[in-house]
Design a binder for this molecule. Structure first.
Ligand code: SAM
Length: 207
C-alpha cells in the first residue's frame, strides 16, 4: 500500500491499483465541475478525479472494473470527506449503469496502450494493474466502446472529458465523437516521456 498526495488530498493506493500519473493530472488540472452537476468518473482507479469532482458536484458515480480500485476509491472518498456525495460500483464500462441514467459530466482516463494483454488478464497484482493501461490489440478497444455508449448517458449540454495519447490516434477519437453528434476538440495537451497526451472535451448539444 502506498500513499499519494495531490493538493490537499491524501490517497491510499494498493499495489493492484493505478497510481495517478501525468494523464491523471492533465485531467485533474482541467476538471471544471459546476455546483449541482451529476458526474460519472469512468475507470476511477484510486478515485482521485471522482473525489475532486465531488467537492463541487451534487453527486458523483465512480466505476471501475477492478474490484481493488472500486474498494480503494470508496475508502479514499471516505478519508477525504466526500462519501456523502460519492457512490462507487465495480463493473465493465456502462454495464452497471441503468440505460436512462444521464450525467452533466463524464470523465475517463482510459487504458490506451496497444497490447493483447487484456486477453490474458489473471486476477493477480500485475493482472489487475494491466487493466489500467492495456487498451487491446490496437489500444482503442476501451476508447471505442466508451464513445459508442457515453453519449446516451449525457444530458443536453453535458460534457465528456477524455484523455488520449498520440499512440492511439487522437484524430480518430475526435472523428468518432463528432460522428455521435458531439462537438469535440482538444482542450489541453502535454509532452511526457515516449508520448504526447491530450485532453479532449466533447459536448452534447442542448435540447
Ligand atoms: C489509466 S487508469 C486511470 C485511473 C484514474 N482515473 C486516474 O486517472 O488515475 C484506467 C482505469 O480504468 C479501469 N478500467 C479498465 N477497463 C475498464 C472497464 N472495462 N470498465 C471500467 N473501468 C475499466 C482500470 O481498472 C483503471 O483503474
Amino acid at each position: 500500500m502506498g500513499k499519494v498526495y495531490y493538493r490537499d488530498l491524501t490517497l491510499h493506493i494498493p499495489m493492484e491499483v493505478y497510481n495517478p500519473a501525468e494523464d491523471t493530472f492533465l485531467l485533474a488540472e482541467n476538471l471544471k465541475v459546476r455546483p449541482g452537476d451529476s458526474v460519472l468518473d469512468m475507470g476511477t482507479g484510486c478515485g482521485i478525479i471522482a473525489i475532486l469532482a465531488a467537492r463541487k458536484a451534487e453527486t458523483v458515480l465512480a466505476v471501475d472494473v477492478n474490484p481493488h480500485a472500486a474498494r480503494c476509491a470508496w475508502v479514499n472518498g471516505k478519508l477525504n470527506g466526500v462519501s456523502d456525495r460519492l457512490s462507487v460500483v465495480c463493473g465493465d464500462l456502462f454495464k452497471p449503469i441503468r440505460g436512462n441514467l444521464k450525467f452533466d459530466l463524464i470523465t475517463f482516463n482510459p487504458p490506451y496502450l496497444p497490447s493483447d494483454r487484456r486477453e490474458t488478464v489473471k486476477p493477480t497484482e500485475r493482472g489487475w494493474l494491466s487493466l489500467a493501461w492495456s487498451g487491446g490489440g490496437t489500444g482503442r478497444e476501451l476508447i471505442d466502446r466508451f464513445i459508442e455508449e457515453a453519449p446516451q448517458h449525457l444530458r443536453g449540454g453535458g460534457r465528456i472529458l477524455l484523455i488520449q495519447s498520440d499512440i492511439t490516434d487522437v484524430g480518430e477519437t475526435v472523428r468518432r465523437l463528432k460522428a455521435r453528434s458531439l462537438k469535440a476538440s482538444v482542450i489541453a495537451e502535454e509532452k511526457v516521456p515516449f508520448e504526447r497526451i491530450y485532453l479532449i472535451e466533447a459536448e452534447k448539444p442542448s435540447g
